[in-house]
Design a protein around this ligand. Sequence first.
Ligand code: ACO
Length: 698
Amino acid sequence: MFRPKSIAVIGASKTPGKIGYEIMDNIITYGFKGELYPINLKETEILGRKVYKSILDVPGEVDFVILSIPAKYIPATFEECGKKGVKSAAIITSGFGEVGDHEAEQKLVEIAVKYNMPFIGPNIFGMVYTPANLNASFGPADVKPGKVAFITQSGALGIALMGWTITNKIGLSSIISIGNKALIGESELMEGFLKDDPNSAAILLYVEGLRDGKNSMRVFKEVGLKKPIIALKSGRSERGAAAAASHTGSLAGSDKIYSAAFKQSGVLRALDAAEAFDWARCITNNPRPKGDNSIIITNGGGVGVMATDACEDEGLELYNDQKKLHDTFMKPEIMPPFGSTKNPIDITGGGGEMAYKLALEEAYKMKEIDSIIVLYCQTATTNPDLLADYIIEIVDKYDQKKPFVFSGIGGEAVEVMIDKLNEHDISAYDLPEKAISSLGALYRWNNFVEKEKKLGKSKPLKLPLNKIQALIDDVRADGRIQMLEHESKEIWKLIGLDVPDFALVQTPEEAVKAAEKIGYPVVMKIVSEDIIHKSDAGGVVVGPKNKEEVKAAFEKIMVNAKAYKADANIRGIFVTYMVPKGTELIVGVSRDPTFGPVIMFGLGGIYVEILKDVVFRMTPVSKDEARTMVDSIKTKALLYGARGEEPRDIDGIVDTIYKISQLVDQVPDIQELDINPLFSFPDSTKAVDARITLIEKK
Ligand code: ACO
């Protein structure tokens, strides 16, 4: 598909404006060198090429076929392609899964598998691969060759963005419209081709939804180690997500989950198309940074401050050895005595292009500096065109060894300058925030690669799966999917969580015996699947602290429970140690239709409802990832010891998240679970509650 020697266009047309004409025209105009066979039932010649009535009539081999005929003719014609031995296809035609005809779409997959004939589509605008001079699309003809691979699920938006990249001088290696993704989606394209394509340095992905989120994450992680993936995902708002689900018929999981999944697999999520391409431009032009020190060179104090703020937002560090900076940059040929070397290096408004050139060269030469940001406000003392030439000269001289971004603010001459730099693959933007956000994206990707390399592959934790399954089977045998507290807590114990001692008792005497063993005070609760709201039923007594109180509590709970629901199936009374109140946390898991089990961690109790200070990850999470979860909540200061309080048991919290994630990953029977609250103390972390729901089996 990417390097065909021969192409057939089924549905080629002589009529300009028709899709079958425009695709033919683009293939020819963009300089495809191989054989091109138009297929049309009634014409003899289209755009100077001999026409065939059927793919079966084509004399030679066909590597790639583009189908642009009405949907009802597609299956039979596609089958003919298979018989012909066509190697790959793009099915442009709409009217399949996206309008509910999944059966017809499935038929295409069957044909493709039968003849080993992979295809993109249906419902696409085609594809472009610039290194092969191939534009097999009905988008714009003059795509600028470059290093960004662009995969798009949306057709119209994809075409629009193609045009936009041309105007904005963004070079593309490929544009692949994947539409309904019947057989080939983003993961297959990345894994099967783009990952190892030397012509693609970054992958930009527009998606509305992923089908198999877990597999996508695996692919993203693997590919992301070699080249960055930038994702634009629509459906951020709830209404947007609903629209996306009906638009391409894919399941757009909750957007928060997508954000977490992207982050976890190293994908850089951009908020809009402009940002995505800004980032792609910077990442493909620049090497990975060798360290964290950045420098800003500017002729304006104001933009310098704006850029400094933006650096802080992005977590970019400005090099701060004031003596070294002063010794290097305080030279009459670079700045007047009232300039500033504090970083931003302010050569001041009078600084001309030569001052920029010298300052830039110094920044390249300084081994302590890892990346360079140049800001320019248009002044009459500079010639923007000459400044561009100097920048190109110096960046080339140092062979783009350090990440470099430029921002120029001004009129038309600055716009021309920005274009000129971009034409030379030097990342130039209008606003400093864009330049810095792009450099920030490069750093984020770099950090992901560094982190992954260090971590290596983590092995699954060994769990007593047979015992866990036996407990689950007992609950199922009982006709339930909701595990009772003592059952859930048994599982907590089996995976090694710290659970306060507990027992299930049937008589007041047993209750006393248990309490004596557990230690006072205790909490006692009714255990019955028929009494969900135990407190409302008078089924909970908190704090009995001796034999008499335990006995009395037992009687009281039983009387209350029977009064509340006479026919309730009472399984006994749960007695547990009454843990003093710790910092209330929550660990929960639910199953997302796209990504599978999603683990949530945050501050528990009322905070979950009010602050919603929770973070999500797809399971399984490593211990390191669990630690980043703890470190990502806004209120983490409460855990690390705010206002003189002792820090909580962070290792215990991390361990709990890790073990729960391993549990749900290894036990597919669990639908969802909660530890709410999980109490954290300075020296321990205790699961004082437990709720597990099993998957409903039909
Ligand atoms: N074999 C060979 N030629 C055939 C066959 C066949 N079995 N059937 C039809 N043709 C010829 C036709 O005669 C016609 O040629 P002509 O112009 O010389 O008469 C040509 O193939 C096309 O057939 P038409 O019946 O004219 O169909 P038309 O071009 O109107 O529509 C199309 C076909 C474009 C595939 C349409 O069905 C379709 O799906 N359009 C939507 C495409 C789309 O939007 N893709 C999605 C993403 S892009 C985005 O959203 C912007």
